[in-house]
Design a protein around this ligand. Sequence first.
Ligand code: ATP
Length: 260
Amino acid sequence: MEIIPGSREPLLINESGFGESAEIKIQVRGLTKVSDKGISILNNVNVDIPKGIIMGVIGPSGSGKSTLLRSLNRLWEPPSNTVFLDSQDICDLDVLTLRRKIGMLFQLPVLFEGTVADNVRYGPQLKGKKLSDNEVYKLLNLADLDSSFFSKSGGELSVGQAQRVALARTLANEPEVLLLDEPTSALDPISTQNIEDVLVKLKREQNLTVVMVSHSIKQIKRIADIVCLLVNGEIVEILKPDQLSEAKHPMAQRFLELGA
Ligand SMILES: Nc1ncnc2c1ncn2[C@@H]1O[C@H](COP(=O)(O)OP(=O)(O)OP(=O)(O)O)[C@@H](O)[C@H]1O
């Protein structure tokens, strides 16, 4: 079967190596957004995101990548019946519950006051659960941070380390999906590799579904299982990373040539 952007049929199929029976975690159907000034930001976006994969979202600046990502956990409120988590309209879910299930990391980590452990404990504490020291160590470990970070404060950390603490804090909510908006663009190559390794590990070991906006085509080729190419608010291609050179859309081709 073919992969057809804009199709209302499930998209990610045999050629992508996920099989027709791949469980779909997130469905996006006919998602459109127009700015207050009448400018089209997203135009009839349709995509199925299978469970337990890393989906890269790439495209030129201003193509709507962040808006799409934010619509998946209602940081931007999508219209009803356009975004589904496990077949349920996300607009029908309690927004805080949704954001626990669909966690998000941004380009720059913002840590709360207090120690690394306080940060990691924050989400569960809101639900009245106090994580034990051991549970905090495990989460730090999951984010590739050793136990020496436990009592450090945010100010003592590099941006790369802070990003991993932000990741551990998000993971403390036991998310099923992780949204990442250029999570490594402010990091050096080693910190970038640490985060990439963690994401691949989480996908493999916890079947986490990851949707990651990145400006780095090389990064997408390193870790994504499928790539969604956005141009002018439309998904113009959905490909495997090693098929990117086969993109047919002229803007997509140009973008890929310049970014290669
Ligand atoms: N709340 C808003 N009101 C008006 N216009 C908006 C709003 N949010 C985004 N836009 C516009 O929508 C378009 C898409 O923005 P978005 O941030 O989603 O793109 P992007 O692909 O993530 O860009 P970049 O790669 O530069 O981060 C841009 O032209 C932006 O100016």
